[in-house]
Design a protein around this ligand. Sequence first.
Ligand code: FES
Ligand SMILES: [Fe+2]
Length: 359
Amino acid sequence: MSEVTTTTQSAAQALVNRGLKNYWYPVAASWQVNSAPIGVTRLSENIVLWRDGKNQVHALEDRCPHRGARLSLGWNLGERIACWYHGIEINSKGTVEKVPAVNACPLEGKTCIKSYPVEERNGAIFLWFGDELHPEPTPLNLPEEMASDEWSSFLCLSNWKCNYRYAIDNVMDPMHGAYLHATSHSMAEGDKQADMRVRKTDTGIMFEKVNQRDMNFDWVELGETGTMWLRLSIPYKKKFGPGGSFYIIGFAVPVDEENCQVYFWRCRKVQGWQRDAWRFLYKNRLEGLHWDVLEQDRAVLENMIPDARNNEFLYQHDIGVTRTRRMLEQKASAQLEALAAHRELSAQQKSEETQQNNA
Ligand code: FES
Ligand SMILES: [Fe+2]
């Protein structure tokens, strides 16, 4: 393998490890963002979030352009934020509107920090992480279980001390349900062995057991609709109330290379009194049981051996994992190649302009 190929591959790996660009990601639960600005790290970027008087959430790079103080320590001025250190005011597009300490400062009017497009959906704040070539977001289309009124859901959010790719691998691995969660309320049934297959869907891939459905964690789907989501369902016993199988729509969000957040919307298709019954049962009984299951995943993932992904021996039921990894790496390479081509073209244009100006 040539040196150039190896370097390109490791750059692609590094990009996947930090988090692919050009997607919407959930970055906080709605209840976490209020009028006091908060600082969060997502995809290794420091971001300040605040809510204005009209309930709109704004998101900027968490860095004052003057001397680098954290804007998240500053003051909410509605659609602007003021830095605590020397009071400069920056609007939600990242443009400096006022430098109160001096007259006519050249910093005024300059857009010098990054702003993020924001959407608030289903009790969470989503931000668009575009690269240089994609500052404008694509539409955020959420799966039916989140978007349709026929479904009712709860958001479960957890912080895990592992790279987000382990969280994705974990969901793309339904076979672990029959072992890791063997004593749980929902995954005690079904075969301990399965042949698995991958097939394409309109928005991504489906990875499923060949001979078993609706017994355990038997299938998982990965989809891309402006954001990358994972969908799975788990059968519920009758005693868990109306609404049939329990669906989960999951998102794994990189914090930095060693930490992630998982967002799981737990959904059932129920309306009317049945919806009330499900929501009551969930809050009183099921939520605790689901937390027990999720903590089993966390215990394994946070304690994987160092560099586990580069020290493995994969077999047949890991093809969902390998297919997903390959897809992420191909996307990263494509993003990096497009950026490199764009930068080369811009450099060429600049040098031609300089030559013309000097002629
Ligand atoms: S560092 Fe923010 S105003 Fe000086
Ligand atoms: Fe699990």
